[in-house]
Design a protein around this ligand. Structure first.
Ligand SMILES: *[C@@H]1O[C@H](CO)[C@@H](O)[C@H](O)[C@H]1NC(C)=O
Ligand SMILES: *[C@@H]1O[C@H](CO)[C@@H](O)[C@H](O)[C@H]1NC(C)=O
Ligand SMILES: *[C@@H]1O[C@H](CO)[C@@H](O)[C@H](O)[C@H]1NC(C)=O
Ligand SMILES: *[C@@H]1O[C@H](CO)[C@@H](O)[C@H](O)[C@H]1NC(C)=O
Ligand SMILES: *[C@@H]1O[C@H](CO)[C@@H](O)[C@H](O)[C@H]1NC(C)=O
Ligand SMILES: *[C@@H]1O[C@H](CO)[C@@H](O)[C@H](O)[C@H]1NC(C)=O
Ligand SMILES: *[C@@H]1O[C@H](CO)[C@@H](O)[C@H](O)[C@H]1NC(C)=O
Ligand SMILES: *[C@@H]1O[C@H](CO)[C@@H](O)[C@H](O)[C@H]1NC(C)=O
Ligand SMILES: *[C@@H]1O[C@H](CO)[C@@H](O)[C@H](O)[C@H]1NC(C)=O
Length: 616
């Protein structure tokens, strides 16, 4: 199973240049966009600046560092838990290691815990999806980079502090990694992997400490909503079609007073490029038997048959996607650290605290084979009461509204798809924090405009997903906790095929995507406010020269601007690459703002504010 199996319209060519064609050329049949695609990782390098270089290329995803580089920072206590060479691992059991909190750390209190995944590879290989779980709790969903003859190296560093309660347990737990790789005479790339945990000692100066309160940053308990070992596969559930529904039965401790479901999702094979899938009426009219169901997808989460929330996912492009040259060495947004999505389910606790098991279910609207989904249930537990009670006050589910308009003649057409959904739930929970009414609301909107021209050889996708989450918790009509998140995911792709002479064509792809999120969290009990704003935009232009169905050359350029300002840190990076070479890389980590101090009022009347968050 790979991250990248091309879809309908991203027909794939066999990438081979200066290699023997005999064994592989016959795998590749056609370059029609509407035939089931063949696929392969790139077998050639773009115009090399310097061919003689033997050092491996370092790939990376642009992201703020999990630990800001502060002069006061103390070095972490680090622990390598796993080394494994992922050769032929496809459909084999996940690789396991015993995880125990390292005994050599001077402190048992940590301000940050960082997971580092390192890998090297050499040869030819597809991009492979992988997952990493601790006792079934997913800590990382990621995609490998495609190696080259000279070798590549990359690492992913992820702040996993929110999984604190499971990471510091005083017992042996099982770390599992599933990375389904295939090795044969052609695909030679073995992934040599190290998994390391870094524990940063607790410091008094840490802004976001783990002090208890209604909304402490880390949950007291995390329950896995994933498949259980032993398995010959990943621990995620596989959603194969739109009627498929996978679930797990869980028992929730009776003293839980807050619950957040964190959902991990990735899409593959026929739905890897779901946002470019064409409507079925068009496919039927043209007698095409390829991935369809249109371009709209949503993950729906239900508990005991009732919808509790949804995820409208960011369209992650894996490292072999669209034109692999675009992602070397700057990988696509989210490809090395796929985003997870939180759904507040506190309003439903009233029906879940009975000590019985409850079904947490996943489905995907319009799904085609295959979606990998699982979740972690983060629970905050009452330290004083053994039994917390509650009542679900309101569930309002505006059913999903989708509209789609197709205008086409033959293989040319215009297609517009729009969708909206809102989900609101209100529930009462009576814990030692008081009688708290939580109101959770999700608002989604979606628009996708597609143009197909030149008898199907040109396609434009212009898509925008917006997702807003609002959580308000009140005690006796006084707000005690409030959380807001507004996300927007613009995505644009222009792809064209230009016929040249001598059975040659130029395959052009221009892509632009953004991951933008504004967040704020306010805990009036702890007098704390956290704010952040992320704007992360990537643009790429690539060309592949295809002759007799084989890529003979190609090039690609990528520009990215990453801008994060938050109560915790600021991070700005403006970077570009072309043909494997970094053209410029500008980095700023100092917050350009008047003040980032939180005003701590002694009088409880005063609302903490974050002042002067200005970045220019
Ligand atoms: C290739 O390497 C040589 C020698 O190190 C250097 O002079 C030249 O500028 C390099 N070429 C490119 C395109 O980077
Ligand atoms: C984990 O520890 C147990 C008990 O010591 C041992 O039997 C098992 O083989 C270990 N598992 C791994 C994956 O190292
Ligand atoms: C961890 O557990 C062991 C045995 O269960 C116990 O002896 C030890 O004191 C515990 N350590 C901590 C830090 O709780
Ligand atoms: C549709 O495609 C199938 C398979 O390629 C072919 O056998 C059939 O004749 C086609 N039908 C029409 C109406 O073109
Ligand atoms: C698609 O839209 C364009 C611009 O509005 C129009 O010129 C073209 O005729 C449309 N194509 C089809 C097949 O409807
Ligand atoms: C066309 O392709 C063939 C085979 O690759 C090559 O021998 C020939 O020189 C090419 N002709 C032109 C005009 O590029
Ligand atoms: C694609 O990108 C290239 C290079 O930046 C640009 O020249 C071209 O106009 C772009 N085409 C479209 C349709 O965006
Ligand atoms: C990024 O750098 C490029 C090249 O110097 C410049 O043209 C562009 O304006 C910069 N973008 C931002 C947002 O600073
Ligand atoms: C990348 O390669 C293409 C094709 O050789 C070339 O046109 C382009 O200028 C190269 N980019 C850079 C920055 O050298």
């Amino acid at each position: 199973m790979t991250c990248s199996l091309p879809p309908v319209i991203f027909f794939t060519i066999f990438f081979i240049a200066h290699h023997s064609l005999s064994t592989v050329a016959d795998l590749h049949q056609t370059r029609s966009r509407f035939k089931p695609p063949q696929f392969s990782p790139l077998f050639f390098s773009p115009p090399p600046q310097n061919v003689t270089t033997t050092s491996p290329t370092r790939y990376f995803e642009v992201n703020k560092p999990p630990v800001p580089d502060l002069p006061t920072s103390q070095p972490p206590c680090s622990y390598r838990i796993l080394h494994h060479d992922f050769g032929y691992t496809y459909a084999k059991p996940p690789v396991l290691a015993n995880y125990t909190l390292p005994s050599h750390c001077s402190s048992r209190e940590f301000s940050k815990i960082v997971l580092e995944f390192q890998s090297t590879s050499k040869g030819r290989q597809f991009d492979r999806i992988f997952g990493l779980w601790l006792n079934g709790v997913e800590l990382l969903r990621s995609c490998t980079a495609e190696p080259k003859a000279n070798g590549i190296v990359w690492s992913v560093e992820k702040d996993v502090t929110k999984y604190h309660s499971i990471l510091v347990k005083n017992e042996t737990q099982i770390l599992s990694v599933y990375l389904g790789n295939l090795i044969d005479k052609i695909y030679t790339g073995v992934y040599h992997v190290d998994v390391i945990f870094h524990f940063y000692p607790f410091q008094r100066t840490n802004l976001r400490d783990s002090s208890s309160g209604y909304s402490s940053a880390q949950a007291d308990m995390i329950l896995p909503i994933s498949r259980s070992l032993p398995l010959n596969d990943g621990l995620w559930f596989e959603i194969l079609n739109q009627n498929d529904c996978k679930y797990k039965e869980v028992e929730i401790p009776r003293n839980a007073y807050r619950a957040v479901l964190e959902v991990y999702v990735s899409f593959h094979e026929n739905d890897e490029f779901w946002y470019g899938n064409l409507p079925n009426d068009f496919l039927t009219a043209n007698n095409l038997s390829v991935a369809g169901n249109g371009p709209f997808r949503e993950v729906v989460v239900s508990i005991d048959g009732k919808v509790v929330g949804a995820v409208w996912p960011f369209p992650v492009v894996f490292t072999g996607g669209i034109n692999p040259l675009l992602w070397r060495p700057i990988s696509a947004i989210g490809s090395f650290d796929l985003p997870s999505y939180d759904i507040e389910i506190t309003p439903f606790l009233g029906s879940l605290l009975d000590g019985k098991t409850h079904k947490v279910e996943f489905s995907v609207t319009n799904a085609l084979n295959v979606w990998y989904i699982d979740a972690n249930l983060h629970l905050w537990l009452d330290q004083e009461k053994e039994i917390v009670e509650g009542k679900v006050l309101e569930i309002s589910k505006s059913s999903l509204a989708i509209s789609s308009v197709s205008e086409f003649k033959g293989l040319n057409g215009n297609f517009t798809t729009k969708a909206k959904r809102s989900i609101t739930s209100i529930g009462l929970v009576k814990s030692s924090h008081g009688d708290i009414i939580t109101n959770a609301n999700q608002e989604f909107s979606y628009e996708n405009k597609m143009v197909l021209g030149k008898d199907g050889s040109m396609q434009i996708i212009d898509q925008l997903i917006q997702a807003d989450d609002r959580i308000h918790a009140k005690r006796a009509s006084r707000e005690i906790y409030c959380e807001k998140s507004s996300k927007s995911f613009p995505f644009y792709l222009y792809s064209d095929s230009l016929e040249q002479r001598n059975h040659t064509s130029l395959e052009i792809a221009n892509v632009s995507m953004g991951f933008n999120e504004e967040r704020s969290e306010r805990d009036n009990g702890l007098m704390k406010t956290f704010k952040s704003k992320l704007e992360n935009k990537q643009e790429g232009q690539g060309v592949m020269v295809v002759k007799d169905h084989l890529v003979t050359s190609g090039y690609g350029s990528t520009q990215q601007v990453y801008k994060y300002i938050g109560s915790d840190q600021c991070y700005f990076r403006n970077i570009s690459s072309s043909n494997y070479t970094i053209l410029y890389d500008k980095l700023e980590t100092v917050c350009k703002k008047k003040t980032l101090k939180l005003r701590h009022g002694s009088a409880s009347k005063q609302t903490p504010t974050l002042t002067g968050l200005i970045y220019d």
